[in-house]
Write a new protein. Structure first.
Length: 455
């Protein structure tokens, strides 16, 4: 649906978004956006299974029993269930813990780990069609990314609630008035995560606050359904949001989900360009780790804001360290980052090489960020310097992952926790979803396919 300028001028931005969401359907959305939504489901399941045994995820599942109690919504592949809110919290925690979840350049963050667990939870309760499920995901990404692009930078948990409210509201068939209120309420209740602006502690389990953002937004949606009111002018104050940017091209441009990126490594996206360049140099020149004297990384200045620890104490520290991640790839190979695990901590050989890796800002690369996250890597080996071409990360719009690559990513990242038969069942169920049948996937999510000891 296209919203006329005259009508927009008389409505709040939240109401305009809600009208767009409520009137959108398969006929108004391009087919490739629905296909991308199915890819996002597979990728979120990949990240969640890979993160299943991480301590913070186990803690979340345990706490969820006390916080939310029993219910009928599955905690993915554990054979257990909770209420919708409890399942969202547990599944989102697993999907976001390893930094393996999808992302979007414009939002500079991660919509999938919030939207996908929520939509699959609502679908488990309401029994919606595959098409409705995919449409809701497309619209959730659309709203979340648009809103994030219209405000100053902040972690994903600050804005993913908007995406959750939009997507779940569509699936629950809210009226435009109720959905407008739900979106605004999600913003009012969202975690502010301001501690990230000043803390010196970089390894906490809070990370970007995605699980709590998703859970809070879902609860806000239920409150809005029952008449709880919010500040519907939340986006209509220029000091905080650029409303014109939120609405520009709404319903006319390609859906934002089509520019989602998927990650071949379980580390911050800022590190993917350097990693890709490094791996290509090592392969092309057949370099051994013991011949590498030093590595120089040229990239955008925002990447230098990462903690970049050379002696990480936690997996989160690894996820946000260019030197240590590149040292892992040099010594262990890039596959060691899919996903990372505790065996990569306290490695003197990796830290020693990481100390010889320097990261430098490049003015042109910085100018092109965030649309492009470019890098160039120089390796000094045997007294000679070998340079990579300017390199962009794999998995985004300019170098997309194929469906085959996404399926291989699922198999490799989940290999320690799922049998090959179970892996194939999941891949087949997502394929059936693409063909219009959501039943097999929704059933499979209820099955016990992961180690029970960590449930």
């Amino acid at each position: 649906m296209l919203i006329g300028l005259e009508e927009r001028s008389t409505m709040s931005t939240t109401r305009t978004l809600a009208e767009y969401i409520c009137t959108s359907n398969a006929a108004t959305l391009p087919a490739d956006s629905l296909e991308m939504a199915a890819n996002c489901i597979l990728d979120a399941l990949t990240a969640a299974v890979a993160g299943h045994e991480e301590p913070s995820v186990v803690s979340t599942r345990t706490a969820t029993r006390s916080l939310y109690g029993a219910g009928q919504v599955p905690v993915w592949f554990t054979g257990t269930s909770s209420t919708a809110a409890g399942a969202i919290l547990s599944n989102s925690s697993a999907a976001s813990v390893l930094d393996l979840d999808d992302g979007h350049w414009e939002a500079r963050g991660h919509p999938g780990a919030a939207v996908i667990p929520t939509i699959l939870a609502v679908a488990a309760e309401t029994g919606v069609s595959a098409e409705e499920l995919l449409i809701a995901i497309v619209l959730g990404y659309e709203v979340g990314v648009r809103i994030k692009s219209a405000r100053t930078h902040g972690p994903s948990g600050v804005w993913t609630g908007f995406a959750v409210a939009a997507a779940a509201g569509k699936l629950r068939r809210l009226t435009p008035a109720a959905l407008s209120n739900a979106i605004a309420l999600a913003g009012g209740f969202s975690p502010n995560l301001i501690v990230g602006d000043y803390t010196a502690f970089s390894g906490s389990d809070i990370k970007e606050g995605i699980p709590w953002s998703a859970t809070t937004a879902y609860q806000a949606l239920l409150l809005a359904e029952h008449g709880f009111t919010a500040c519907e002018d939340i986006f209509d104050h220029k000091a905080y949001y650029d409303a014109e940017r939120i609405l520009a091209g709404l319903g006319q441009e390609a859906p934002r989900i089509c520019e989602t990126y998927f990650k071949p490594y379980a580390v911050c996206r800022h590190i993917h360009g350097p990693l890709r360049a490094l791996e290509k140099l090592i392969m092309d020149h057949e370099l051994r780790p013991d011949t590498i004297e030093k590595i120089d990384v040229h990239t955008f200045d925002f990447a230098l804001a990462l903690p970049n620890k050379t002696k990480p104490e936690t997996l989160t520290d690894i996820q946000y360290s260019i030197p240590y991640s590149l040292a892992i790839a040099s010594i262990c190979g890039g596959n060691a980052l899919l996903p990372i695990d505790a065996s990569l901590l306290n490695r003197a050989d990796i830290s020693e090489l990481a100390e010889r890796i320097t990261v430098r800002p490049d003015p042109e690369f910085s100018r092109l960020f965030p649309r492009s996250r470019l890098a160039r890597v120089e390796i000094t080996s045997g007294g000679r310097k070998i340079s990579s071409p300017v390199t962009e990360p794999h998995g985004g719009p300019t170098s997309p992952m194929s469906l085959q690559e996404l399926e291989e990513k699922f198999r490799f990242a989940t290999r320690r926790l799922m049998s090959r038969d179970a892996q194939q069942q999941v891949i087949d169920a997502v394929s059936q979803l693409r063909r219009g049948d959501s039943g097999p996937l929704l059933t499979l999510l209820r099955c016990e396919m992961l180690p029970a000891a960590a449930v």
